[in-house]
Design a protein around this ligand. Structure first.
Ligand code: HEM
Length: 187
């Protein structure tokens, strides 16, 4: 095993594990909807929306961290193709962390019944719909609702793929290459 790795800061580590956990929880919530009794569906989707907005806020904080800090360099012994693949995957994960919740919020803002079902963040206070979307005329709103729903779904599939790649690469470095990979992202 190599010497002590360069590590991320505590803020970056906290944001990484919090966002990773909330994303998994949010996917499990939405997957569970088809198997739940009717009375549970609305509260579970509402929790999905609140968790998603939380992820959006945390992802923006993480982007701010990234813009103001240099992350630790990847170990020099990693082959060039792995370093390039890691940078591309990390950039795409940032895109998905923002675009997935944002497209969900846009989809929800174009919902024709949104006005009768205000969104409350964790039931605590009202969270606004995006006015530029919720104020368009009903026929166009229906089109937008479908389109943003599709975008949300497609980003969901991109997330599944990136998650598998990201976790798979970390486990490969840790256990097959015997590099202290996960330690880079631990306090
Ligand atoms: C971490 C962030 C999020 C993740 C990982 C996520 C993931 C997903 C996934 C995988 C689906 C199923 C798509 C499909 O196959 O049809 C979905 C559906 C949905 N999401 Fe999200 N989403 C997130 C954030 C949000 C946000 C912020 C909102 C709204 C404020 C939202 C609203 C919805 C709605 C309304 C649906 C459709 C539910 C239904 O009627 O079946 N999502 N989401």
């Amino acid at each position: 095993m190599s010497a002590l790795p360069e590590k991320y800061t505590r803020v970056a580590v906290a944001l990484h594990w919090l966002i990773a956990t909330l994303i998994v929880v949010n996917v499990l919530l939405i997957w569970s909807v088809d198997f739940l009794p009717d009375a549970w569906v609305r509260p579970v989707i509402d929790t999905h929306k609140s968790t998603g907005i939380t992820v959006l806020g945390l992802a923006l904080m993480r982007l701010l961290w990234r813009a103001t800090h240099r992350p630790p360099a990847l170990p020099a012994q990693y082959p060039a193709w792995e370093k390039i693949a890691a940078h591309v995957a990390h950039a795409l994960l940032y895109v998905v962390m923002i675009a997935l919740p944002l497209s969900g919020w846009m989809h929800d803002s174009a919902w024709k019944d949104a006005a009768e079902h205000p969104m409350f963040l964790y039931g605590l206070f009202e969270w606004p719909r995006i006015a530029a979307i919720s104020s368009v005329e009903p026929d166009f709103k229906e089109v937008l609702h479908d389109r943003f729903g599709l975008v949300h779904e497609v980003f969901g599939f991109l997330l599944y793929g990136l998650y598998v790649l990201h976790v798979g690469a970390a486990l490969k470095h840790q256990f097959r290459d015997k590099e202290p990979e996960i330690q880079r992202m631990l306090p």
